[in-house]
Write a protein of this length. Sequence first.
Lengths: 292, 419, 426
Amino acid sequence: MTIALFLGLEGVVGAEPLRLVSTTTELESLAISVGGELIVATHLIPAGQDAENFQPRPQDLARVREAQAVLRVGVDYDLWLDPLLQQAGNARVRRGGAGYIDASTDIALLDVRAGGVGPDDGHAHGRGNPHYWLDPANAAMITATILEALARLDPPNAKRYEANRLAFLERLDAKMGEWKRALENAPALIAYHDTWPYFARRFRLRFVGIVELRPGVPPSASHLAKLAREGIEARVGAIVREPHEPARDAQFLASRTGARVAVLASSVGAIPEARDYISLIDYDVRALAPSR
Amino acid sequence: MIEALSFLALPALACAALVAIHAYFGLHVLERNVIFVDLALAQVAALGATAAFLLGHPPQGLAAHAYALGFTVAAAALLASTRAWSGRIPQEAQIGVVYVVAAAAALLLVDRAPQGAEHIRQILTGNILTVGWSELAWAIALYAAVGLAYPWIARALKPSGWISEFAFYAAFGVVVTSSVALAGVLLVFAFLIIPAAIGVLHATRFASQLAIAWIAGTAAAFVGLAISYASDLSTGATLVCTYGAALAIAGIARGLRRERRAKFGAALRLGRWLAAALLAASAIWIAISPRADQPLLDSLEHAFPAIRGAYMDAKSLAIGAEAAAYGRRYRDEADKLRAREAERRWKGEPLDEEEVRRIASFEKSYNEMIRGEEFVTREVRSRAREAKRWWIAGAFLLVAAILAVSLPAWRSIPRSAPR
Amino acid sequence: MNKTHRTARIALAMAIAASATAAMAQSIAITSKYPGKVHLLPATLETTQWGWFDNAQPPVLKIDSGDTVVFETMMHSHNQVVPGRTIEEIKKLRTDNPGRGPHTLTGPVFVNGAEPGDVLRVSILNIVPRAYATNFNVPGMFGEFPGIYADGQVKYLYLDMDKMETEFLPGVFIPLKPFPGTTGVARAQPGRYSSVPPGEYAGNIDIRDFSEGATLYVPVWVKGALLWTGDSHAAQGNGEVNLTAIETAYKEMAVNVSVVKNMKLDMPRIETPTHWITMGLDSDLNLAWNQALAQTIKFIGEQRGQSAEAAALTMASVSDCRVSQVVNIKKGIHCLTPKDVSASGIPERPAAENAAYYVSTGRDVDLNKAMDAASMAMIKFLEQKKGIARLDAYGLASAAMDCRIGDMSGAEKNVHCVMPKSLWRN
């Protein structure tokens, strides 16, 4: 007991697995693909809940306090984490600490618009669309960031982390070809929210429009009319919604455009089939792939 | 036009049906002074649906509806029972407690949910724009049944007994559960209270109140739908605001109806004094803090940009105009870049990573430069206001004085005319 | 400046704005007060290069020796790198690209007749910045003290071009002296190189004396020289400690460009109306100093026909050396030597506060440490004695502090950072 306490105070990693807390389930899954058995990963937002409106619970404070690494999405997606980090008083994982990992580091962002609300981004460049993990190619960058941090926190195991990541990238590369082929002739789409630009770019999908342009503001009649018109012109094949997005609005457009409704998941665990990162993308690809 | 009609026909019909039943209950709600009861009952219904979902039933299935209904009826029984306490605790407070407890309990349930349950309320909350014919048909049948049955039952029961109270809350709960799923909380509240309030303003007999509420409510809904379409605005929110405006118009109309001359004159006098006070306050504010937001001056400038010329010299105006032009140019270029990138996601040669990064970098630079140009526009204006603050304050005070002082002189004209 | 010039400038700016709306890069030759044929080069996606110098980049404009180019520039933007497969690659990519880059640089411009071994002469005729600028701290990544200033902030400043000053903080005014932080030519080596470190091709030298009226002489390394510019500053301290100067975008920067055939240079030099500037660049400030020393001695030798030993003695009595920046991977020191060979004495290098300056000093065998100590002491002074908030003090030091190399004769090296008292008013 005394020894354990002593070790804990010294922050020696040793045989103890490294404790990593991620905000979302998909980042947790990517962290595990690098950390493997060497880390114990947990997530804060329950699977399938709205990350941007999440309210931390008392247990979360304890999770962050005991963590050696905190992994976040960034890009203003999990802003609630900042007060939590302040409160937890764990200097290792605070912004600038060795255990603070922002997965958006060095991601090529899309749709960078003016008006970021981040607490201290240090400039006025605005924010990009935060759903960058939905491009499987970005997983290479995210895992690079994770690998760099894990190697920094636990140098003796750096080689093993690196090997884990390379093995993961190999599996991902193999899948990527399969996914690309599956979506080769996918029809045009309409999405409920603007969640899919990264996914669309990787798989060359055309999203004709977005139903709810600003989260929480329902569409106007003329916007819906325009979407329906453009949807018919572009021969939209599916209206994409996530499990938590209103079914009725998607159904409405589907009936107007003659498309089907495709339920996609943007987050690991949002639907039972999406068990980890690769099966998440796998599920989404299959949900969109034209039936043969 | 045909496209508009095809999109608005069902929502318009839904509005008419919702107004028909809610105006009726609204008059009762106003009379009983339980204004927020619909929010509380809707919340309880959502709690019921959440519980059903956690127990493994699909969110819009029969079981979910049954749970929602069961919870609502239970809440109706509770509200009917606690009515007796309303001497000590106002009924409105009890309703508030039901609302917050139901909302919080749903939150706790959601926290235990395996996945995606916090959106269940969102799923249960409808959007009037995408209402489907089958659900609307069901709702109309339900409203017709409740609308015909409830008055008949109410007449048969002892006026303020437990059973009559329970019947009211239960009938109302059933309606609200269905209508929130159709049109959302905000809109249902507006349908409930505002037409009834307009009726009460303009009539005293229940039947006349109801007739006025129906006509005004339906008309306002149609106007709101038209505005939403024409101005490309979110339909539910536009409808609620249109209802607010309708109530204001109804209020003014009532004011104009009675003892027109004297009241109108008094109102005009009050308006002038208020305007004078506003001007004087703005004058003091700009003298104290010329760099702060100046609501009056800002809105005047927004309506009449030429006003700026009165206190800004040609050079500052030119700097401001140039900054605005550059801001527009950058915004335009940023939009073009974004559109170009979005198109290349699916069309033509794909952009490689570096090109995407370059575009993101450009977007960032443009965003920063747009902010900079906006800053310049504000800064030259603030500087001019700071330099000329005494002049602006003086001008405001002068107009305020004219408004206040000329009042007796102006009033003497209509008085002397009849002599 | 007189009225016709202002009108001409406005006309030029309008022409740039108009041509920028066209999708493709273009140059419009117009006659004006500027020498040679005048080319306008607006900053668009097509006319800018982002973050890299690459000597194989196709030029966006071709000019003749003696022509004038009117550049428009963009504000820079922090950005990112590409992922590596191995941990070494990942680490290397990140450390090679700290956030200073990538700048958005307008160019490259191909100068007809420029051959390797020649010298390109770039004279700044005129700079017109936009009316705003920013100074910011990017949290916990860059600058001289990233660990200490882990929080970020951005400040917008209004540039008063009539008074040529900006109010950095209430009552604290920084005089404006616009200069391009980056002006350079392509390297000899093929391939892509980050635009962050400066070098023998000039680039991101951040020397604030390269402003209107000054001329850069830079060795040409490839055919056509390939001239770029960007990183537009309205003012900057010597040291640029928080990574940013008073950062702005130029509506217009007119430079006259010519090829000098019979001048042999291995490192860039700058000529101002009164001085010649020589420089040393290295990731280690001690080595940067050695290079600055060698360059200056060589220059004085050429200028006065002196032997190396004599030139070294002359340098100690006439050359005024300053720390240009310590945040661009390669840190820089530049020395100003008067053109007037009869001039003697170095401008005052106060070791303690006097009537004109607040002063902090750093003393160490290692010049890097001396610089850190001196600049940190000034930042702390601003915080504690002048009551300026942490990040504002860091920013003010970056934008207005002047760090000079002091006595270098002993084993310990001296850095004096001075801050003019004239910045504070009322």
